[in-house]
Design a protein around this ligand. Structure first.
Ligand SMILES: [Zn+2]
Length: 523
């Protein structure tokens, strides 16, 4: 009774999300990750839609999953045809998955206006399609499209559709809020009015157009659903689907429902980030449970309470979902945070001059617009400079950049810079499209002959934030750069009214951080 099965549609409904696409390899990797997490059902796509979708099913069949059932998605047969010869149904059979989703109409307006058939024929289509797939030995999940809108329009017809699905042998009847406009209070009323004892087990599939997809799904479970559908990170059509990264911990930790993936809850954060990486989308930092900010604290006092009794400041232990508590470096940071950051270089007392010196520097720099919570490498250089443990990489004499465009040809930037490295005068030059790219290429041109390690460093992310947009084109910008040597990532920051200068600061910090931490000590 308490058991809830989890159905993931990241690879089907999730693919309808704006800016989301996965290659076949991505889809296979995501499926294996979901299987490792013990998601019960993985909807792989619509085998009739294109070859990539069909190829997914033939590949995953060979690769075999340990726990999850792969599900193919398709609609009921067409009006006036026979299910066993209808291309929608045969594509579902040919996908050879243990389970299938059949989507059918539950809103009579859709039957008459979109399908352009009779209400009786729609019932026959549903019955025939499900019964045919059951005869083929498939587990059949019947998705009732627009169920909630249909119920509000004609309750009796919506219930007749549920009964047709039950009679035909469907394993789950999934009530879909396809337009996503249903409110929690309506979901309660509708689940309560259903003759649940006469029906196959119910499920819920909610879209987030009113911001209630997770809430509606939890209510569905509270009022009888034993099966929930959603996507990792909630990405899907329009405003998305119910977010499994929020739904799963709520079901397991708050509602105490039995779910098969419970033992893997501690891998939820990594699952969320894995899918984000495959989608090439920066995950929402403020996402409940798995977001970077979910257990992040930014005040000395909060930090002190946390040290005494963490349950007073956090709703769950972050480790349960594989997230981690973090304490932000900021002007509000207590001395204990600074002592912790300094611990790499030795033991310092809270009362030491070094600690107050660093707090003062942090305050001044934050007023200028610097932020170190996402740029710890730049802060590390400040600590090194304060402790006298900093070796400069070079000294800048000057840099010049010139952007030009002629006619319709793409614009270009020419850059050159003059540096002093130890006692040598060095020049670097480059031509690229954008100014920042050109500056980096010219800097590398100058540095690489003397510092070959620079070649192993790649800039993997570059973000710009306007700090005072009211100043329009003379506004200050903050640039964050993420760099990587293939194993380690680090972040640096620069601030200026000139985007090139802000980028220069972050670039130089990036190379100097690596130089000071991994090169100098080996010399
Ligand atoms: Zn949907």
């Amino acid at each position: 009774m308490n058991k809830v099965s989890i159905f993931d549609t990241t690879l089907r409904d999730g693919m309808q999300g704006m800016g989301i696409s996965y290659t076949l390899t991505d889809k296979l990797q995501i499926a294996h990750k979901l299987d490792g997490f013990k998601i019960d059902y993985i909807e792989g796509g619509f085998p009739l839609s294109n070859e990539k979708e069909a190829e997914f099913f033939s590949q995953i069949r060979q690769e075999k999953l340990a726990h999850a059932k792969v599900v193919a998605f398709g609609s009921t047969r067409k009006p006036g045809s026979k299910a066993h010869s209808d291309p929608h149904i045969t594509a579902l059979i040919e996908a050879e998955t243990p389970a299938v989703v059949v989507v059918g109409k539950a809103w009579k307006e859709h039957v008459t206006q979109v399908l352009k058939t009779t209400l009786e024929e729609n019932i026959a289509m549903i019955h025939d399609s499900i019964a045919t797939l059951k005869k083929e030995g498939r587990e059949v999940i019947f998705d009732l499209e627009h169920f909630f809108d249909g119920f509000k329009d004609d309750k009796d017809y919506a219930i007749e559709v549920l009964k047709a699905g039950t009679d035909a042998g469907a394993d789950f009847l999934v009530l879909c809020d396809t337009n996503g406009g249903t409110l929690p209070v309506e979901v309660i009323g509708i689940y309560k009015q259903l003759p649940q004892k006469e029906l196959a087990p119910l499920g819920g599939h909610f879209h987030n157009d009113t911001g209630n997809a997770v809430a509606n799904t939890l209510i569905a479970v509270e009022y009888g659903a034993a099966h929930v559908q959603g996507t990792i990170n909630g990405w899907g059509e329009r405003c998305g689907n119910a977010n499994l990264c929020v739904l799963i911990p709520n079901l397991a930790l708050k509602m105490k429902r039995s779910i098969n993936c419970f033992e893997n809850l501690k891998h939820l954060t990594s699952l969320s980030r894995f899918v984000a990486e495959k989608a090439n989308i920066i995950p929402d930092r403020r996402q409940p449970y798995v977001g970077e900010a979910a257990f992040t604290h930014k005040a000395g006092q909060h930090v002190d309470v946390l040290a005494k009794a963490d349950y007073l400041m956090e709703h769950i232990d972050s480790a349960l979902v594989g997230n981690a508590r973090s304490i932000i470096l900021s002007e509000l940071a207590g001395k204990s945070t600074i002592v912790q950051k300094l611990s790499k270089y030795g033991t310092y007392d809270k009362k030491s001059d070094i600690v107050s010196d660093l707090i003062n520097q942090l305050k001044t720099l934050e007023q200028e617009g610097f932020e170190y919570e996402a740029a710890e490498a730049s802060f590390d250089l400040i600590i090194r400079k304060t402790l006298g443990k900093y070796t400069p990489l070079m000294e800048l004499n000057n840099y010049h950049l010139e952007s030009y465009k002629s006619g319709e040809a793409p614009s270009k930037t020419v850059g050159r810079l003059f540096l002093k490295i130890q006692v040598k005068e060095v020049m670097g030059a480059a031509v690229r499209i954008g100014p920042v790219e050109t500056l980096d290429a010219a800097l590398r041109d100058a540095l690489v002959p003397l510092y070959p390690f620079i070649e192993g460093i790649k800039l993997t992310d570059y973000r710009v934030r306007v700090l005072n947009p009211e100043k329009a084109s003379s506004a200050k910008v903050r640039v964050f750069i993420t760099s990587s040597d293939g194993n380690l990532d680090w972040d640096t920051v620069g601030v200026s009214e000139n985007i090139v200068e802000a980028s220069w600061q972050a670039l130089v910090d990036s190379y100097e951080y690596y130089y000071n931490n991994f090169v100098v000590k080996d010399e």
